[in-house]
Design a protein around this ligand. Structure first.
Ligand code: NAD
Length: 352
């Protein structure tokens, strides 16, 4: 099906309200999810609703939790999300960090115990809109690992995202990426379509490279991006996000309770306190143009910079609607019913 973003936002808000979520929090979470769909990241869009509904019904996701400041010391803030919607408590932590960075030039924010934060780029976009540079190291815990370290046969991590946002005179640069070779959602799609996954993404139960998308369910693993380099960055996300900012890392198997939790370390920097925002802007804008001016390699139309593919997707999906595959839509509707919506209410909100 193809659905208009406004209709999808309304529907997602109502599903979350049925879980007992206050309207403002439901709407903020729904906006974040639909924005991920608009930007082409369906793995972090409304397809997460079944996860969220299951988590709330099991008592893991605390739908109305607010971020609480645990420590406020100089440039450091430690904030506990209380397992609330990451989209709400993570945003509250980001707002507090921006405020501190405005006052001190830098804020180092530990944002711990967030239920799934969704698309990490949204927090960087929020910082960039306030004129700040931001860097995010995030770990993912609450489920058994399915990503292997480079050279390892056993699974040790999840898709630990890394993100960095830089303001420019035009569109911001937002590097926002999982540290696994590809997203788990992409493996699921390849498996459903019976297609191979890109080379170097998956390993079988003996640690041998494979393009068979079913390898994970047969004891294999998702590999890190960029071989040993991605593996190292994923580990740093685990340590800085989970160990420094957060309360636990993947090694603590007693904490794997089928509830997706993100711990995030954020550095928020005001360009004014370094060499001056003007000089920084000159270098950023000049470098951006220089990078874009490179002649495209064979098979490419142009050089794209971080954030470009998301903007392209957003323009086309705003105009043409958001495609949702039948299997995902069925799972979303089943979750909506579990949350307490009737079939007729779902139809009225999505098809009227
Ligand atoms: P991706 O591979 O699609 O993109 C990664 C980055 O590369 C982006 O900044 C994008 O703008 C850029 N990019 C993509 N194609 C490009 C090209 N052709 N040329 C130049 N730049 C290009 O993203 P991903 O790794 O699949 O991650 C998807 C989303 O999943 C992200 O928003 C991430 O935050 C999210 N995520 C969240 C969690 C979580 O636990 N909350 C975990 C993993 C990933």
């Amino acid at each position: 099906m193809i659905i208009d973003h406004l209709r999808l936002r309304r529907f997602a808000t109502v599903v979350l309200e049925h879980l007992g979520t206050e309207t403002a929090k439901a709407a903020e979470t729904a906006d974040h999810l639909v924005e991920a769909n608009l930007k082409g990241h369906d793995s972090h869009g409304v397809g997460m609703i079944p996860n969220y509904v299951g988590s709330a019904l099991r008592g893991g996701l605390q739908v109305n939790a607010e971020a609480q400041v645990v420590k406020d010391q100089g440039a450091v803030l430690l904030i506990d999300g209380g397992f609330g919607f990451g989209q709400v408590v993570g945003r509250q932590a980001t707002d507090l960090g921006i405020e501190k960075a405005r006052a001190l030039g830098i804020a180092c924010v530990g944002s711990r115990n967030n239920h799934h934060l969704g698309r990490i780029g949204s927090y960087a976009e929020h910082c960039v809109a306030a004129g700040m540079v931001s860097i995010h190291f995030v770990n993912v815990v609450g489920h058994p690992p399915f990503v292997s370290m480079w050279g390892g046969r056993d699974k040790r991590l999840q898709t630990n995202p890394f993100c960095c946002g830089v303001p420019t005179e035009s569109e911001p640069l937002i590097l926002d990426m999982a540290t696994s070779a590809i997203a788990l959602g992409k493996v699921r799609v390849a498996s459903m379509k019976g297609e191979p996954v890109p080379e170097g993404s998956l390993f079988d139960h003996l640690g041998r490279p494979t393009q068979d998308p079913n390898a994970i369910s047969e004891g294999g693993s998702l590999g890190p991006f960029g071989q040993h380099k991605g593996s190292g960055l994923a580990l740093m996300c685990e340590l800085l996000g989970g160990g420094l900012a957060g309360e636990w890392t993947m090694q603590d198997i007693d904490q794997q309770k089928e509830v997706t939790v993100n711990h995030m370390l954020m550095l928020i920097l005001d360009p004014n306190v370094f060499g001056g925002a003007e000089g920084f802007a000159r270098e950023v804008n000049g470098m951006q143009a220089y990078a874009r001016s490179a002649a495209p390699a064979e098979g490419f139309e142009r050089v794209q910079l971080p954030g470009d593919p998301e903007r392209t997707s957003r323009v086309s999906r705003l105009a043409e609607g958001i495609p949702i595959d039948a299997q995902s839509w069925q799972a979303i509707c089943q979750a909506a019913e579990k949350a307490g919506m009737s079939a007729s209410e779902i139809i009225a909100l999505t098809q009227a």
